[in-house]
Ligand binder design. Structure first.
Ligand SMILES: C[S@@+](CC[C@H](N)C(=O)[O-])C[C@H]1O[C@@H](n2cnc3c(N)ncnc32)[C@H](O)[C@@H]1O
Length: 249
């Protein structure tokens, strides 16, 4: 899909209430987690996130997606030993969900998203966070305000399955450019599904998948050095998440 058409697609989806209507984000739009959901959080956090193969405790559901997001600050740090200070970048930050907890861990947090609409929401929702700043980026590049060699950790969560491969690669190349030497990039991919497709129907949140080989090829082309790949699988399906951490050299 052409760059501007892709940007417009996200802008339209955001204007139509992408996050507020989405069952994976309802915690942030007024819904309190139930007792059962809190139990799921505990089950998730009981997993050993230091291993490379992690089996989710329950079959896939919207509740599992929400639980993963609620507990993100904990398991993410366990999985990758992230830096505990410095400058963090959240690419495809949406309304600033992750930026909110990242602001407690980092000196400065930069959130960027392709949609001006959602960046405006993020600025409002995170107005009290003095160390957060937000910018709009293009499908295949990062904002000029982010200097080369300035970022300690770049995070890209639940973005690349929605992005044509050529743009995902350019975003990773740009992440490498802005990372400090030995800076870390962390992202997730969906695997064992749609590993040959590169688009879909507008509004369907395409699921563009990557095999482990394709994930490694992305890193090589972006000049990033693999740190760790962690597979999150589920007993009921072949489809899984690949969590990738890599360093800038
Ligand atoms: C599924 S949401 C995830 C949001 C956020 N990472 C979170 O976990 O709460 C995907 C986000 O990626 C953004 N996006 C899509 N393509 C992008 C691109 N090329 N660069 C930056 N953001 C992009 C969308 O606007 C949307 O906010």
């Amino acid at each position: 899909m052409e760059k501007n058409e892709f940007k417009l697609m996200w802008e339209d989806m955001q204007k139509a209430g992408y996050f507020s209507n989405h069952p994976h984000y309802s915690d942030h739009y007024g819904q309190e987690p139930t007792e059962q959901e809190q139990e799921l959080d505990n089950k998730l956090l009981a997993l050993d996130f230091s291993t490379n193969d992690i089996c989710m405790p329950v079959p896939y559901s919207d509740a599992l997606e929400r639980s993963v997001k609620r507990t993100e600050a904990i398991w993410l740090n366990q999985m990758f030993s992230l830096p505990k200070a410095g400058v963090a970048l959240d690419i495809g930050c949406g309304f600033g969900r992750s930026v909110s907890w990242m602001c407690q861990q980092y000196d400065q947090v930069i959130g960027t998203d392709i949609s001006a609409e959602v960046i405006s929401t993020a600025r409002q929702r995170c107005a009290e966070l003095e160390n957060a700043v937000f910018y709009v980026n293009e499908a295949d590049s990062l904002p000029a305000e982010i200097e080369p060699n300035s970022i300690d950790v770049a995070y890209i969560f639940t973005v690349f399955q929605h992005v044509p491969r050529e743009y995902a690669l350019e975003i990773l190349k740009n992440a490498e450019r802005v990372l400090k030497k030995d800076g870390q990039v962390v992202f997730n991919l969906i695997a064992n599904i749609n590993e040959n497709v590169n688009d879909g129907k507008i509004d369907t949140e395409w699921a563009i998948g990557y095999s482990e080989e394709q994930a490694l090829a992305l890193l090589e082309q972006a000049n990033l050095k693999l740190n760790k790949i962690v597979k999150w699988f589920r007993p009921e399906t072949e489809t899984c998440w690949l969590w990738v951490s890599a360093f800038s050299e």
